[in-house]
Design a protein around this ligand. Structure first.
Ligand SMILES: Cc1cc2nc3c(=O)[nH]c(=O)nc-3n(C[C@H](O)[C@H](O)[C@H](O)COP(=O)(O)OP(=O)(O)OC[C@H]3O[C@@H](n4cnc5c(N)ncnc54)[C@H](O)[C@@H]3O)c2cc1C
Length: 459
């Protein structure tokens, strides 16, 4: 069996390694456009100051050596399962395992942009340079979409030379004068990454971050345990679930346990809670509760929290909750209005950097490969536009038929599981798909939302 994997980041590379172990006779080709394999955006575009947002123990992906053992071998004995490591080190780890597999022929790679899939008698992946690679099965591991154009940002600004569309693009911050005032759009993890990157490069100018609510991600705190509780509430509405979580937080605080343990205990049940919700309930969660959920669920490592608070305390970074008003752009400088309730602030800036994070509209994106799959009816966006419609990891075609040759991994499958964007859950999904493809002739139980509960609490 020849398996073509489109995407050379964490998901595509881990799947290739797991598939090679599960069925050594298969031919496995990882296709992607990056120079370095196994890193993708999260572990490739980072600086040493950018830390993993979960401890080392939660980044174990079931390979040998384990990440912790590799850290001991390569970077000394001081690492513990509770340490937070730089994202670049996890990228080094994944890349070293991928290079070993390439060297001994367990996997192969092809470099280039994939622009389409030909669904003939045997599927073939089409590259931008005209090559085609035939396969029996195509696994899509494309990661997140590039950032959306921020809603509410005046077009005079968003279409000007001062606007940085993607802060992770190579050279995006290179020609920024060190004393210049900068405006960051967004106040989440990407904003913190970019503020720390600027500070790390010696940027002295004032940094202002603006988001609708001005909510900052919370920090990790170690210690304590909390029992799983959310599985008893599968089928309850988003509002009711959020009440349950808030009540558990109060109980935990009264017992002297950090509220973070409550979210950790909830996480394994999230895919089951999400998949039991109706479309209207999912929509309600996304519009009303998501900002609150995100800042508690996606937390910062202690070093990152300390760096952020240092920037805030020193006044080098200010975070505002408001909406953009008008903007004037003249001679390399913009004056932007930010409406803060009744008040209006005018902010001068030489750059406006899009820190809104991964894009969220699969139904609207014009990326060539996704357009090709949509146009040919080989895939369709889910009704909320979060990702591809999938069933047990297989892509659902426009006709509603479940593909037997096209699969989707990682953030692409978010619509089915919601909680499938980070390493622990993606690893479960990958193990399941590798096992099922390796034993194709033997019927096996597909991944269900409740499988995620087996991973236990304590993330
Ligand atoms: C900044 C950031 C930090 C994160 N930190 C953590 C963390 O600390 N812990 C954690 O558990 N999770 C973290 N995550 C979650 C992260 O999404 C996953 O851990 C994981 O990186 C997703 O891997 P992926 O392979 O699906 O996507 P990616 O790593 O983005 O890889 C997708 C790859 O596919 C390639 N590709 C896409 N389309 C095509 C095409 N048409 N043709 C050719 N190649 C293509 C891209 O170039 C890219 O290399 C973080 C995410 C981000 C964005």
């Amino acid at each position: 069996m020849h398996i073509a994997i489109v995407g050379d980041g964490f998901s595509g590379t881990l799947f290739a390694l797991k598939m090679a172990a599960a069925r050594p006779s298969s031919q496995i080709t990882v296709i992607g456009r990056e120079r370095r394999l196994g890193r993708g955006l999260a572990y490739g575009a980072a600086d040493p100051i950018h830390m993993l947002n979960v401890p080392v123990s939660r980044m174990d992906v079931g390979l040998k050596p384990a990440f912790l053992d590799w850290l001991h071998e390569e970077h000394g004995p001081d690492w513990t399962p509770e340490s937070f490591a730089p994202r670049t080190l996890f990228g080094d780890y994944m890349e070293s395992l991928a290079l070993a597999a390439l060297a001994d022929g367990r996997i192969q790679r092809a470099r280039g942009e994939v622009v389409g899939v030909d669904n003939g008698l045997r599927p073939a992946v089409i590259l931008a340079d005209g090559r085609t690679i035939g396969a029996d099965v195509v696994v899509l591991a494309l990661g997140n979409l590039p950032p959306d154009r921020p809603g509410g940002l005046p077009a005079t600004l968003a279409d000007s030379a001062l606007f940085v569309t993607d802060p992770w693009a190579p050279g995006a911050l290179d020609d920024l004068p060190c004393e210049a005032p900068v405006l960051l759009v967004g106040a989440g993890l990407t904003m913190i990454d970019i503020a720390l990157r600027l500070a790390g490069r010696g940027h002295k100018g004032r940094i202002t971050a603006v988001s609708r609510r001005g909510l900052l991600p919370k920090g990790h705190q170690a210690g304590g345990t909390w029992p799983a509780f959310l599985q008893e509430h599968i089928g309850r509405s988003p509002l009711s679930v959020s009440r349950v979580v808030r009540r558990q937080v109060k109980l935990a605080q009264a017992a002297g346990v950090p509220w973070q343990r409550v979210f950790d205990a909830a996480r394994p049940a999230v895919p089951a809670v999400w998949s039991a919700w109706s479309l209207a309930e999912r929509r309600r969660f996304l519009t009303r509760l998501r900002p609150w959920w995100d800042v508690h669920r996606h937390r910062t490592a202690p070093e990152v929290t300390a760096g952020l608070h240092d920037l805030l305390r020193s006044g080098r970074l200010e975070v505002l909750g408001g909406r953009f008003g008008q903007a004037k752009v003249k001679a390399g400088l913009a004056e932007v209005e930010v409406r803060l309730g009744q008040a209006t602030r005018r902010i001068e800036t030489v750059r406006v950097i899009n820190c809104t994070g991964p894009g969220g509209r699969f139904d609207r994106t014009a990326l060539p490969l996704i357009c090709d799959l949509r146009t040919k009816g080989l895939a369709k966006a889910d009704p909320l536009g979060l990702g591809f419609d999938t069933h047990d990891g297989a892509v659902v075609e426009a006709s509603g038929a479940v593909s037997t040759r096209l699969y989707a991994l990682g953030p692409l499958a978010k619509a089915a599981w919601w909680e499938i964007t980070a390493v622990p859950e993606i690893t479960i999904q990958i193990d399941d798909l590798a096992r099922r493809l390796a034993n194709r002739s033997t019927p096996s139980r597909p991944l269900s939302a409740t499988t995620f509960m087996d991973m236990g609490a304590g993330i």
